[in-house]
Design a protein around this ligand. Sequence first.
Ligand code: GLN
Length: 538
Amino acid sequence: MNTKYIFITGGVVSSLGKGIISASLGKLLQARGFKVTIQKFDPYINIDPGTLNPYEHGECYVTADGMETDLDLGHYERFTGIRTSRENSITTGRIYKTVIDRERRGDYLGKTIQVVPHITDEIKRRMLRKDVEGEELDFVITEVGGTIGDIESAPFMEAIRQLRWQLGRDAVCVHLTYVPYLKAAEELKTKPTQHSVKELQGMGIQPDILVLRTERHLDDALRMKVASFCNVDLECVVQSEDLPSIYEVPVNMQRQGLDAAILRKIGIPVGETPAMQSWHAFLEKQRDARREVHVALVGKYDLQDAYKSIRESLNLAGIYDGVKVKIHFVASQGITRENVAEQLSGMAGIVICPGFGQRGIPGKIFAAEYARTKDIPCFGICLGMQMMVIEFARDVLGYADADSSEMNPDTPHNVIDMMEEQKSITQMGGTMRLGEYPCALRAGSRALEAYGGETSIRERHRHRYEFNNRYRDEYEKAGMQCVGVNPDADLVEVVEIPSLRWYIGTQFHPEYSSTVLHPHPLFVSFIKACIAHGNPEA
Ligand code: GLN
C-alpha cells in the first residue's frame, strides 16, 4: 500500500485540541494494524520551541533523538506509544533555514528564491514522509499549528492544496472547527464553521472531514446543515464534545466512525471495528479511580500546559494504581522557610519541577528540605533533583554556600556544575545535553526496584548542569546515594536517600516517556509511595 497522508487543520479559534484529535486518529488507525506516524508543522519562525518561554508555548517536549519540540508530540507519544523524532516537529523557521542554507551553498543555480515554489516545495518534501528508520509507513498524519486565516500558515495551506491535487485519493483533509453555544439565544451556532470552511475553500482546499468541537451535543439536523453548507458528507461531520478525560476522545471518535470515514475516502476496505481492549480497560480503571491522592507540584509556571508531561505522567500512574491524583500547583516563588509547612500541608507527595534560572529557586530548596526532614515522598526532576542535591549539601554536608553554578557562578561549593562540554557553548537553542542517554542503576537501590530490576535504562535529558563528581563520596557517606550513573561519561543521573520513604531525584526527564498503556515505572513507584503515605491532615 502507498503511504497515505492525512492533513489536520483548525479553524475559528485556537486551543481546540487538534493535537488530541491527531493523536486519537493515530491511535485508531494503529488499532487497525496500520503503521502510523504523526507530525506537527508550526508556523512560527523559531527553529524549535526550545527557546520559548513556557508562558508562550507551554512545555517543551524532548524526543529520544534530542529535538526540543511542541508539546503535542507528547500527546502523540502518550496516545500511540510511537517514538517521534526530529522529523516529527517542523517550524517555519526550520523550513526557511533549510532553504536559505541551500541558497547560500549555491544549490539553486542563480534562481530567485520565493515562498512559492521554494518554501512550499520544502514543506511538501517534509510532509511526504514515507518511512520511519527505513520501515514503511501506512499513514502520515500531519497537524498544522495555528488557525485558518493566519497569514503565517498560508504557505502550509498552499503545500497541502498542491499535495491534495498531486496525491488524489491518497490524501485526506480533516478540518477542526468550533460550534459555540450562545446562552442568550439558547442556540448552537454553525456560522463560524461555515466561514472557516469557506476560508479553507478559498485557499483551494475542500475538507473531506469536519470535526466540530462543542460543549453541547449536536443533533443530526445541525450536522446535516453543516454537511450541506460545507460540501461534506453527513457521515464525515463528526462532533467532539467536551469529555471528562482526553483519553475518552479516541473511543468517541471511533463510535462516530471517524477512522472508517477516512478509510472509505481513501478507498481502503473498512473491515471490523477494532476492540481496543487494553484502551478500554484503561478507561474503565480511570472511571473507577475515585480515591484521591494529593500531590504538590512545586514549580514556577501556574499554567496547565507548562508541566504537561509531568501532570499526565502523575495522572496515568495514579490510574494504574487505582487512584485519582489531585495535583496542587504550588508556586515556588511564594514558598518561604516560614510558610513551607502550610503551603505543602495535606500532601501525600511532592514533585519538584524542572526549570531554568533564578526565580523560585529558594522555594524549591525549602520544599526539598521539608520533604526530606518530614519524610514525605518526593520526586525531583532535573532542576528538582539539583535542588535536592543543593539542599542536602547545605543542611547535611554543612556547606551553607553550596549552590549550582547556574545560580551562583562564584560559589566555592558548586555541587551542581556546568558540564565540561557546555562551557564553550555560547549559542542558545538545541545546545543543551538533549535526548536519550544510557544510565546504569545500582543493585539494591529503590530506583532499580522501581524499574523492575532493569539495570540498564535509557532516559531523555535536557540540561546544561550536572552533579559535581568531586562531592560524590561525601554524599554517599552522608546517606544520599548516587544510584544511577551514565556508564560512558560517569555522570550522576539518579540520587536517592534510601532511609526515607521515597526521596528520588533524576537528572533526566522520565515524564517524556510515560504513555497511557505504559506509565513510567518511576511515576508508578512514586504514586505507590504517596498512596502508602496517605494524605496527611491538612
Ligand atoms: N537549569 C538546569 C540545567 O540546565 C535544569 C534544567 C531542567 O530542569 N530541564 O541543568
